[in-house]
Unconditional design. Structure first.
Length: 300
């Protein structure tokens, strides 16, 4: 009986840890950092397993810390929304104090590991946590500009891998940042659209016009176009060591048209289903784009 209880307890603790750090989201964000690292290393900055492992663990800690701090701050609002009311803190399975302790420990471990890679990587990781928890999170109940602010920490992971590999923040890392920055808008506005009623219950402002209307859908299209342009910049030869071949550029452009098609569908249909489809396509887009960039680098 005790063994069963202990097993159940350990399983519950593990599941709650996964939920408070949003493991699925953290791993997808982590993939962007790893992609950036693979794009960044070269003969001058050779691949190092130790750096990749520290980036992976440190990166997860940083994203997990941001999510845990967020859930402590928004515990009362999370209790109002169907998709978040069963999270560990609002559901009462974890106290805010314990969640805050987990977030703090993850921050210390994460910054420490990233600092062991190089100080700039740790600095950008720390900036990401600060912006997400201290600026983006409180703004969500005040203004739809919260998505703009949240796009900054959200865009850091892709370029963080490059900074981890090279120790430099230049045009290459800046371009990777720009790509993921513009990607945030259609992605999160799509989420804000199909979860509009849930967000409304908590008083969150997630859509640029505040409504599921043509104005919001039009902005989704415009930012998708900006995303396509930013994604093609490395093919023009002005982004330093970050470069993609003409063939890769065509593939990236086709991926962009694919995402743009579903952005236009949202404008035409303005349904939750169209928004959810766009969200799923946007996740596939950024993942496939990163694969194209990496594969192109190693085939050239």
């Amino acid at each position: 009986m005790n063994t069963t209880s202990n097993t159940f307890s350990l399983k519950s603790i593990f599941l709650d840890f996964k939920e408070i750090t949003k493991a699925g989201l953290a791993i997808s964000v982590l993939f962007s950092s790893i992609a950036g690292y693979f794009l960044g290393f070269d003969d001058e900055h050779p691949f190092q397993w130790s750096v990749l492992i520290m980036l992976a663990i440190g990166g997860y800690c940083m994203v997990g810390a941001s999510n845990a701090f967020n859930q402590v701050i928004e515990k009362d609002l999370d209790a109002l929304m169907n998709r978040t009311k069963n999270r560990p803190v609002p559901a009462g399975r974890m106290s805010p104090t314990v969640a805050l302790l987990i977030a703090s420990l993850l921050t210390i471990i994460g910054i420490g590991l990233l600092y062991m890679i190089n100080p700039k990587t740790a600095m950008f990781g720390a900036i990401s946590i600060f912006l997400y928890t201290s600026v983006y999170t409180p703004l969500k109940t005040m203004t739809s500009l919260s998505v703009f602010v949240g796009a900054f920490p959200g865009a850091i992971p892709f370029m963080l891998g490059w900074v981890a590999a090279t120790g430099d923040f230049g045009i290459e890392a800046g371009t990777l940042f720009l790509i993921q920055f513009f990607w945030q808008f259609p992605h999160f506005w799509a989420i804000g659209w199909f979860l509009y009623e849930d967000y409304e219950r908590a008083g969150f402002f997630m859509l640029p016009t505040g409504k599921k209307d043509k104005g919001t859908a039009l902005q989704v299209i415009l930012y998708t176009v900006w995303l396509i342009i930013a994604s093609l910049l490395p093919s023009l030869g002005y982004t330093g060591k970050l470069f993609i071949s003409p063939i890769a550029a065509v593939l990236v452009f086709l991926l962009g048209l694919w995402m743009l098609f579903y952005a236009v569908q949202l404008y035409k249909l303005r349904t939750a289903k169209a928004a959810r489809t766009l969200m799923l396509v946007s996740v596939s887009y950024i993942t496939l784009l990163q694969f194209v960039y990496i594969i192109d680098k190693f085939l050239r």
